[in-house]
Design a protein around this ligand. Structure first.
Ligand code: FE
Ligand code: ZN
Ligand code: FE
Ligand code: FE
Length: 204
C-alpha cells in the first residue's frame, strides 16, 4: 500500500514539474491509446473474416463447423459495429496491423498443417480459436473500460455488445471441446489397440 502511494506521488511530481496540465495530458494520452487499440482490433476482426473460413474448411465436427460459421457471421457484424464506434467518437475507421492476431492466425495455420484431419485437428482448431477469443475478450474489456472513462458511452455500449459475443463464442468452443477432446483421446487409445492387435496377429 505504502509503495503504491509513493509511486503515485512520484508521478504527480513529474507531471507538475512539466507545468500543471496533467489532467488534460492524461486524458489526451488515454484517448489516443483508445483510438490506436480500436484500429488494432479493427485490423484483427477483418483478418478473422478471412481466417475463420479456412478453419471451417479444415474442421470435420458438425458442431464445430456450425459454431465457426455462426461466429464468422458475428465477426462480420463486429467489423461494422467497430465502424459505428469510430463514427461515434468522430474519427474515420482505420485499420492498423495487429501483430498479436497475425501471430495467432499463423499459429492456427501451423496447427492445421501439422495435424491429421479429424478429431485431433478439430481439437487443435478449437484451441487456436479459443486463444483468439481470449485475446478479443481482453481487448474489448479494456476498450469498453477506456470508453467509459473517456465518457464515450455509445462506444462503450457497442464495445460491450461485442465483448459479450466473444464470451459466448469462447463458451461454445469450450462446450464442443468437452466432446471432441474425449473423442480425440479415444482415437489415441484405439490406435494403441490397433498396434497391439497387429502385434498379436503377427505373433500368431
Ligand atoms: Fe471478434
Ligand atoms: Zn490486437
Ligand atoms: Fe495488437
Ligand atoms: Fe471472436
Amino acid at each position: 500500500m505504502k509503495t503504491t502511494t509513493k509511486s503515485v506521488k512520484g508521478t504527480k511530481k513529474q507531471a507538475s514539474s512539466k507545468g500543471e496540465k496533467s489532467g488534460n495530458e492524461v486524458a489526451d494520452g488515454l484517448r489516443s491509446l483508445f483510438q490506436d487499440e480500436l484500429k488494432d482490433i479493427y485490423w484483427a476482426e477483418k483478418a478473422l473474416t478471412k481466417a475463420i473460413p479456412k478453419m471451417i474448411k479444415n474442421s470435420t465436427s458438425e458442431d464445430l463447423i456450425n459454431a465457426l460459421t455462426d461466429h464468422l457471421d458475428v465477426t462480420q457484424k463486429q467489423v461494422n459495429r467497430l465502424e459505428q464506434v469510430f463514427e461515434s467518437i468522430g474519427i474515420k475507421a482505420q485499420a492498423k496491423k495487429c501483430e498479436a492476431m497475425d501471430g495467432l492466425i499463423k499459429e492456427a495455420g501451423e496447427i492445421m498443417d501439422q495435424t491429421e484431419e479429424g478429431v485431433v485437428r478439430d481439437a487443435g482448431i478449437i484451441s487456436a480459436g479459443q486463444k483468439v477469443e481470449h485475446y478479443e475478450i481482453a481487448t474489448y474489456g479494456t476498450l469498453a473500460a477506456f470508453a467509459r472513462t473517456l465518457g464515450e458511452y455509445e462506444a462503450a455500449s457497442l464495445l460491450e455488445e461485442t465483448l459479450n459475443e466473444e464470451k459466448e463464442a469462447d463458451q461454445s468452443l469450450s462446450d464442443i471441446a468437452d466432446t471432441i477432446n474425449v473423442e480425440a483421446a479415444t482415437e489415441d487409445i484405439e490406435e494403441d489397440e490397433d498396434v497391439q492387435t497387429a502385434v498379436k496377429t503377427k505373433r500368431k
